[in-house]
Design a protein around this ligand. Structure first.
Ligand code: GLN
Length: 450
């Protein structure tokens, strides 16, 4: 049934880059086989999921939604996807995304943007499902997949979840292996789960997480039994409301949803207190220096020799091949990030931008550490507005980047954070609330979201 839905919705939503119905069927058949053999079933047995096309999948094209990798078929499997298959899941297909996960709307995909299944009341304007995990969020919202993987560098799991009325969690940096995930900004990239509710996200994250010696930043810690310990009872817990997240120009409806979230937390037994994260206003600027800096370095590997596209004009030398390949393979947003990144890392500007941004990053981590001396979790809106229309921000990178204002601070600090659906705005579009937790306290985040 899911395979049929994926095929039927493709022309309307463009959520998948490639469908792999046979893989989903294979997993379903394995359940039958295991049952008749009396074998135990894995925690994801038979569950058909969507795989963001940033995870390397053996024998299945892995494009990062870029022309650069259009014909790239890995001969290895990412650790996260391998763990999901070992838990019994099956793959419906590879999900569309912003090119190299750079973007907030899915409009930078080489394969065309994803279209949200949501529309404003009384309007048929096409909306973004968010980004960069927009194929994942659209597929779940449209019921094409019960769950999907996402990756989150500065909000790419949480913002698409908020825009589509779905749930998405980014665990603590280092919980999920980055091995086999196409790199964007390595000190920030983290895989996570997306689904219709908190419990499904928890089950899937448990299957994805865990130590991997092949990723030097992987945390050598056992994965807690999050799902077995889920509880919506917040008695004795303190929920912090960071005052700096009350930004000017935030729509009254976003504020109202936040108030609703505060009321829910109190109903569940929590004490709600205001806290201060004084360096919040510098987070976006620091992020848009650090992430492009790392990206410019990571993307140096696409040189026409080792992976994917090679553009070798007649009579061209090595330098010409590099230039032609990168000019043809990368989209505009990717080129913009590489330019920003090489600029802030250049000898003349390194201290003024990159070093400064790293100092801000430390201050932001310290802000959170201080707040978490007082409270167990933080509650904020996920994004400053509901989903915007396709095309609305596409020529204005700065307003696009501003969408990430509430999600990047937790990314810079490596903290677990989740978006849960919290209601609809006046036009009938979903709004999300973000819960940020202490390092390694995914349980606290999941429980508060439940
Ligand atoms: N929108 C942010 C960016 O473009 C975040 C993307 C992400 O988390 N992958 O960098």
């Amino acid at each position: 049934a899911f395979n049929a839905n994926v095929a039927a919705a493709q022309s309307a939503l463009n959520a998948f880059i490639v469908a792999t119905p046979e893989k989903a069927i294979e997993a379903a058949k394995a359940v039958d086989a295991a049952r008749s053999a009396g074998q135990a079933l894995g925690p994801m047995a038979g569950v058909p999921i969507g795989m963001k096309d940033l995870f390397a999948t053996e024998g299945v094209q892995t494009t990062a939604a870029s022309r650069m990798l259009e014909c790239f078929v890995p001969h290895y499997e990412s650790t996260v996807s391998r763990k999901l298959w070992e838990a019994g899941a099956g793959m419906l297909g590879k999900l569309n995304l912003d090119q190299f996960a750079m973007g907030s709307s899915n409009e930078s995909s080489y394969f065309g943007n994803v279209i949200s299944p949501w529309q404003r009341r009384g309007s048929n304007a096409q909306l973004t499902p968010g980004g960069s995990s927009g194929g994942s969020s659209a597929a779940i919202a449209a019921r094409l997949a019960p769950a999907a993987t996402g990756t989150d560098t500065g909000g790419s799991i949480r913002q698409p979840a908020a825009y589509t009325g779905t749930v998405g969690i980014k665990p603590t940096y280092g919980r999920c292996s980055r091995w086999g995930v196409v790199a964007y900004a390595s000190s920030l990239d983290q895989a996570g789960s997306m689904a219709r509710d908190v419990t499904d996200c928890s089950i899937m994250l448990e299957a994805m997480a865990g130590f991997d010696p092949k990723d030097s930043t992987s945390l050598d810690l056992a994965v807690p039994a999050w799902t077995a310990s889920l509880s919506g009872d917040l008695k004795g817990k303190k929920v912090g409301i960071p005052r700096e997240y009350r930004v000017d120009g935030m729509p009254a409806e976003v504020d109202a949803i936040w108030e609703q979230g505060i009321a829910w937390a109190k109903d569940a037994g929590a004490e709600v207190v205001e806290v201060s994260l004084p360096h919040t206003k510098y987070a976006l600027a620091a992020y848009y220096i650090i992430a492009p800096a790392e990206a410019s370095s990571n993307l140096a590997r696409y040189d026409g020799v080792r992976y994917g596209l090679r553009d070798l004009p007649d009579g061209a030398g090595l330098q010409d091949m590099y230039a032609a390949t990168r000019a043809a393979g990368f989209g505009d947003e990717v080129k913009r990030r590489i330019l920003i990144g090489t600029y802030v890392l250049s000898a003349g500007f390194y201290d003024a931008y990159y070093t400064q941004a790293q100092k801000v990053r430390t201050l932001i981590s310290q802000d959170f550490a201080k707040a978490f001396e007082q409270v167990d979790v933080l509650l904020t809106p996920t994004a400053p507005s509901a989903a915007f229309a396709l095309g609305e921000n596409v020529d204005d990178p700065l307003s696009m980047y501003l969408n990430d204002v509430f999600t990047v601070p937790a990314s810079l600090a490596g903290l677990p954070a989740m978006s849960v659906p919290a209601g609809l705005d006046a036009q009938g579009l979903p709004l999300g609330l973000q819960i940020i937790g202490r390092p390694l306290d995914e349980q606290g985040v999941l429980n508060a979201g439940l």
